[in-house]
Design a protein around this ligand. Structure first.
Ligand code: F6P
Ligand code: MG
Length: 499
């Protein structure tokens, strides 16, 4: 046989298909078709750490190292108070692992698989990394995934240890957000400790209107409770906290105009219809601990007392997540500190009593099964909620039995919408994909103060509105000043199907 490249046999044959466009000219068309969507290729372009125009850039380059640095400082405080040698040595190794993570973050290392630390989510993480992010770095993987991965790696620093598996580097800060929110905490407890009661002698219409107004106010309290999350406001002064947390009626009326996509009236009609069917099941996919969780509970309390809901399920995280997200420990801490704590030395006896009464009532709800706390492993993965149906079918089935699922906060909103550059005029139902369109999808509501790039559901003129804000108020997407309250009707009642 003649060797390659001799005059008998041509060396390299290249096929010329001159009618095809050159490779550089093949650009993906957005939104991508459902079959070409995957975690590395969202329906619209993903935000990635190297996108300087996006909050991804500041987060991956600066915010995450700062957050990790503060976490290391926290562990050092604990270390310095420890006396047992074995525990000290074990904790020093946790710090070493955190420092390794810091180095990887700063050197933009490739994402490695998660070590098997016995957590229920390891297989899900490693499947994602192997299938979609093999060879990707902290900066070129989609921002949502890279950021979630960093929190999973932080968890790993402790979960592989002997004595510090359940250590929460953010716990002290989370407790602080609540105790530093003195004014807003008592503004609410003094108003709502007394069980909710309508004035005597009102007609049915008047009663319904009074409840509607209360519902709208409490929805906003729950919404704006999301504006003071720790991951962004780590260095806030007491005055800044106070002004952001003002829960009074006047302030709420003024901020309602900042709700750029507002389905609150439809939300009211939805919950009202639940009461007509003897009260529904409402699920909260929680976001932050401390003050935000307190606002969520005030809202949930009203939903139970008014008969709009007969059961509330709260979904929290299994381990520390995005700095301030609620874990079981945070949940218990809040309820127990309200009843037994000494967090507010300057409060009057009346104020302290109001907080105790609220806490006692909430603990009763737990005992009687009206409030249920849950923590599915899927909530701490790098998957978006477009994949919830396929990757966590048990959770999808469970949520499909709810009458309304309320997703709190910015990260949950990013996960609902695949955290990509969808046009702001995109309808919420389109932006959340299978969470709206799959058979059996529950009604979904997003209560989110806008703290990152993705913005949808602003209505037909949304693109122009966003452009105007871009020009007039640069930074409007990360300030927490604006918000959305968006509702998707889903396909409740239909049989859930898995392929
Ligand atoms: O790091 C950015 C981010 O992930 C954004 O989603 C938001 O700014 C913050 O962290 C978390 O906000 P939230 O607690 O409302 O989900
Ligand atoms: Mg959060």
């Amino acid at each position: 046989m003649a060797p390659r490249g001799t005059k008998d046999a041509p060396g390299r044959m290249s096929l010329k298909l001159s009618h095809l466009p050159s490779r550089q000219n093949i650009k993906p068309v957005y939104p991508r078709s459902p079959s070409s969507i995957d975690p590395n290729n969202p329906p619209w372009p993903a935000y990635r750490g190297y996108h300087e125009y996006s909050f991804a850039y500041a987060t991956m380059g600066q915010r995450l190292p700062t957050i990790l640095g503060k976490a290391i400082e926290d562990v050092v405080v604990t270390l310095n108070q420890e006396y047992d040698e074995e525990r000290i040595v074990d904790l020093v190794q946790c710090i070493d692992r955190m420092e390794d993570l810091m180095r990887e973050l700063q050197e933009q290392a490739k994402l490695r698989p998660i070590i098997d630390d016995g957590e229920a989510d390891v297989a899900l993480w490693n499947k994602l990394i192997a299938k979609y992010f093999h060879g990707k770095t902290f900066m070129n993987a989609p921002w949502l995934f890279a950021e979630a991965y960093k929190y999973r790696r932080l968890q790993e620093c402790f979960s592989v240890s002997k004595y510090w598996k359940n250590y929460d580097v953010f716990f002290r800060q989370k407790c602080d957000t609540f105790s530093r929110s003195h004014d807003a905490v008592f503004e609410l407890s003094m108003r709502f400790a007394e069980p909710f009661k309508l004035k005597d002698g009102l007609s049915i219409e008047e009663k319904t209107e009074a409840e509607r107004l209360m519902f709208i106010e409490l929805t906003q309290i729950c919404l704006w409770g999301n504006s003071t999350d720790l991951s962004l406001l780590i260095n806030m002064t007491e005055d800044q906290i106070r002004s952001l947390q003002s829960t009074g009626g006047e302030n709420l009326a003024a901020t309602e105009k900042n709700i750029l996509g507002n389905h609150m009236q439809r939300l009211w009609e939805t919950v009202l219809s639940l009461r007509q069917n003897t009260g529904g099941r409402i699920d909260f996919v929680l976001d932050n601990a401390g003050f935000e969780l307190y606002c969520d509970c005030v809202y949930a309390d009203f939903l139970i007392q008014s008969g709009l809901a007969k059961e509330i399920r709260f979904h929290g995280k299994r381990y520390p997540w995005f700095v301030s997200d609620v874990t079981k420990k945070d949940w218990e801490w809040l309820l127990n500190s309200m009843v037994y704590g000494h967090l507010f030395p300057k409060a009057s006896e009346e104020e302290k009593e109001s907080l105790r009464r609220l806490g006692q009532r909430w603990k009763e709800y737990e005992k009687s099964g009206k409030w249920i706390y849950e923590q599915h492993p899927f909530w701490c993965t790098g998957f978006t909620f477009w994949e919830l149906h396929n990757e966590a079918p048990d959770l999808f089935l469970h949520l499909s039995r709810s009458d309304l699922v309320i997703f709190k906060g910015d990260l949950n909103h990013r996960k609902l919408t695949y955290d990509c550059a969808a046009p702001p005029s995109t309808e919420f139902e389109i932006a959340i994909g299978p969470m709206a369109s799959a058979a059996g999808a529950p009604r979904v509501c997003s209560l989110r103060t806008i703290k990152s790039d993705v913005v949808v559901g602003l209505g037909p003129d949304g693109d122009e509105l966003a452009e105007k804000l871009d020009k007039e108020e640069p930074g409007w997407k990360i300030s927490g000043k604006y918000a959305v309250v968006l509702l998707s009707e889903g396909r409740p009642g239909e049989k859930v199907v898995f392929t």
